[in-house]
Structure formats: C-alpha cells, structure tokens
Design a protein around this ligand. Structure first.
Ligand code: PXG
Length: 451
C-alpha cells in the first residue's frame, strides 16, 4: 500500500489530475503543495507547515475554517433530505428559506433568487435571463451585453466571454457573439499622468460611447464587479461609479453587478452595491454565500425583472444542483453566523480600518509603487521605480508569491500585483502577522532581484 505523504499525493496529481488554471508541464515538474486541513485563518500542508490564508481560500471562506455550525447544518440536512430538485413544480424548505433570507439582506426592490452551483453558472444565467427579459417584451434585438477588459465573470463559455481576460479569450474561440468590452477603471496601471478622478470619468464615459455606437435598442445590459477581484483588486476612482450610474440612468438597459467576490461582507456591507450605492437589476452571487463550505451560487433579481419573467412563459434554464438542499442549509447557517456574530459591523468598525492602516505601511517598501485597499480587500503594486511607476515584466509577482508560501503566507499574484482578501474574522494579531510576513517576503523578493 502506498504511503500517504507529499510525494504520494504529488504523484497522484501527475498521473491523474488536471487542475484548474494550470500550466501542466511546469506544475508536473514541481508538484503541487498539498493542503490537508485548516482552522480559523490557517491552512496546514502535508509537510506540517502552518500557512496564514491571506486569500480566504479563493475569496470565499468569509467566516473562517473549522465552523462546526456549518458542519452540523450539512449533516442534519443530509439526514433529512440530501437531494431533491426544484424542477417540475416541486421545491424544498432549505432553498425557499434561503431565498427569503437573501431577500432580507439584498438591496431594496430585490426579492427573488435563482440558484446555481457556482458563480460561473450564475453569469450564464444572467446572460440568458437578460436576453429573455427583453425578448418577452417584444424586443429580441436587445441582445448585446457590455463587460469590461480584465473583468472576471467565471470560466464557462458565457462567464469567460462576459469577462475581459484576453488570455482566456485566446483559447476556445471566445468571446461568443454579442458581447462587447470597455476599459477598466485601473488608474495605477492605465491612468498614466491623468488625475485619478478625471481618468475615472473618462473610462466611465466609454460606456456611454459604446451604448451609442451599438445603438441602445441593441444593448441588453452592462455587467461589472463593484471592485474587480481576480483582475487585481481594482478599486475604481471615486468619480467612476457616480458617472456610470448617471449613464445607466440615461439608457434603457439592465445593470448586472457581479457580487461573487464583493458579496457577503467583503466591503463591510452585505454587497459591494450597498457600499457604492448602486441599484443593480441582477446580482450574481457565490463564494461567501456558503463561505465556500459547499459550492453554491445564484442570481438575485430585481422585482421589475421578475414581473416580466412572470409573463414570459417557461424559462428553459436550470441546473441539477440549483438550490441544492445541503448547500442551502449551509448557506443559511453561514448567514446566521454573519448576523449573530455581527461580523459585518466588526469588519466595518475595527478589522477593515486596522487592516487598511497597516497595509498602507507596506507602501514604504522599495518594491511597492502603491498599497491600496478597501474593506477586506487589498493590493500592492510591485514596481521597478516608485516615482515613474515603471513595472517589471510580470514575473516578479510569482517570485513574491513563492516567497510568501515558503514563509507561511498565502498572498495571490496577478501579474506584478500582490493581493489579499483574508477571512472576515481575522484578528488584529493575525493581521500583524500578515503584514510582517508580507514585508519579509517583499525583502526576499528584492534580494532575489539583486536590490
Ligand atoms: N464572478 C466573479 C466576480 C468571480 O470572482 C466568478 C464570477 C466565477 O465563480 P465560480 O464559482 O464559477 O468560480 C468569480 C470567481 C482568482 C480566481 O484567481 C477568482 C475566481 C475564481 C477562480 C480564481 O482570483 N473568481
């Protein structure tokens, strides 16, 4: 019998596993890091190393690891009703009660939820739902959805098409027809010498220009993350969302706020849309809905859209695992934890201000051109030259990420942008540890570069 150790699992990976977003040859030469368990904000790997999880898994473990209440909720529901579907005029209590609980925390005027298994499926759902919405009203030519370059909306065909990741578009013939992109509000990377607010207005105006170029009679919707996550924690200049709101108000199109990362407390509010005062018509959700304990996503839908859907006959769309009862029971227990432990209040009043204050100290490091953040999201821009904001070639982030992992910290690299999105329940002493380790890894990266 084979031994259950690091080499054993790495060999299994090489022989049998095709992991997501991986360069298989490079990974096989090296071997995966094997994570075996987790508690609170810490991961433990197969070498017994303890690693502070600065990414809350993949932006999702909002209430931290090891929450017995979620385990109990899953076990209880599995005994009671492990599976049933929501097709053919049936339903079950966990999905219905979760829909109600989500409606209670959603922005006003949004009272319905369509459940999916993931954020990508949520975005496939919005694509079909917004086109159906216009078709039901006798306007089937309103089809085009406008997204943003470097936005991320998932990895299915619709999700990757709505997103603006050029590397993803380069594989598999994407984007699909009927999707257009405008620039992102990424001042540090693309703003040059322009004042940030002037830049924010200028890129927001691209939405107006794009709608006019296509013709508003052909545009179904605009989709955007309140803050781009996978794109590198891109926090728009203050001017951006108010200008976008004005543009949306001037045109008869739907607005989709992708809340997969910002939802469920990341900004200190329930949704990023609450933080920025946005009024979306549809909100894709996932990740923090269950704190990642089980896969689940959904779309929260504004009443005016539901009213049209109600007149549209059958909506031919849904998944075997839409509203899965065990995932729904876990999501309900997760929302209860967020509410009963007043986690959003703590984030707003204490944890986020502390994280953001300490994070800004990293701007003093010679490699850091900008240290930005909002709520429980933060990013560092690694630069060759602080004054000119001259970048590296895109490899420095990976070096830094490697130093972080070897020194007990998960920090994600998006090119040469380092990012964190820790569990919302991280404590002050753990934030201190995160900052100390980040500083040390920046030093190690600088030394490796011969600086
Ligand atoms: N929308 C947004 C805003 C996301 O961040 C999705 C949709 C898709 O969700 P699913 O559940 O289908 O993965 C996401 C997912 C990264 C990374 O490297 C980010 C995501 C997923 C995988 C990796 O930062 N976000």
């Amino acid at each position: 019998m084979s031994q259950r150790n690091t080499e054993h699992w790495q060999a299994l990976g090489r022989s049998h596993h095709l992991p997501p977003f991986s360069d298989y040859k490079a990974l096989n030469a090296k071997g995966s890091r094997i994570i075996t368990r987790a508690e609170g904000v810490y991961l433990y790997d197969s070498e017994g190393r303890r690693i502070l999880d600065g990414m809350a898994g993949l932006w999702c473990v909002n209430v931290g690891y090891g929450r017995e209440e979620l385990v109990e909720a899953a076990a209880r529901q599995m005994r009671e009703l492990p599976y049933y579907n929501l097709f053919f005029q049936t339903a079950h209590p966990p999905a219905l009660e979760l829909a109600q609980a989500i409606a209670e925390i959603a922005p006003s005027g949004m009272h319905h939820v369509f459940f999916t298994g993931s954020g990508s499926e949520a975005n496939d759902t919005v694509l079909r739902m917004v086109r159906h919405y216009w078709a039901v009203q006798g306007r089937p030519e309103k089809q085009v959805i406008i997204g943003r370059w470097n936005g991320y909306h998932g990895s299915t065909v619709a999700g990757a098409s709505l997103g603006g990741m050029k590397a993803m578009h380069g594989q598999g013939g994407l984007p699909i027809p009927g999707i257009e992109h405008i620039d992102q509000p990424y001042w540090f990377g693309e703003g040059g010498d322009e004042d940030p607010d002037a830049f924010g207005v200028r890129v927001a105006n691209q939405l107006d220009e794009k709608i006019r170029a296509i013709g508003a009679d052909k545009v179904a919707a605009f989709i955007a993350e309140p803050i781009q996550g996978a794109g590198g924690v891109v926090i728009p200049p203050d001017s951006y969302w108010s200008r976008i709101k004005a543009i949306l108000a001037a045109h008869d199109i739907l607005f989709i706020a992708d809340e997969v990362i910002c939802g469920f407390g990341r900004t200190g509010e329930w949704f990023g849309s609450d933080y920025y005062g946005l009024t979306p018509d549809l909100m894709p959700i996932a990740k923090g809905l269950t704190s990642g304990y089980l896969p689940m996503g959904g779309v929260i839908v504004r009443d005016k859209v539901v009213e049209v859907l109600n007149e549209g006959g059958e909506f031919f769309h849904g998944f075997t695992y839409s509203g899965h009862p065990v995932a729904a029971a876990v999501a309900l227990a997760n929302l209860r934890i967020l509410q009963e432990e007043r986690i959003l209040e703590t984030v707003r009043e204490r944890t986020a201000p502390y994280l953001q204050r300490r994070w800004r100290e990293l701007a003093e490091h010679p490699l850091v051109g900008e240290a930005r953040g909002l709520g429980m999201l933060a990013a560092l821009e690694l630069v060759q030259d602080k004054r000119s904001r001259a970048r590296f070639a895109g490899e420095t982030g990976l070096r830094c990420r490697e130093h972080c992992l070897n020194n007990g910290l998960v920090m994600r690299a998006v090119g040469d942008t380092m990012i964190v999105a820790p569990p919302l329940v991280i404590r002050q002493a753990e934030v201190d540890e995160l900052i100390d380790k980040a500083w040390r890894c920046l030093d190690l990266t600088a030394r490796e570069l011969g600086r």
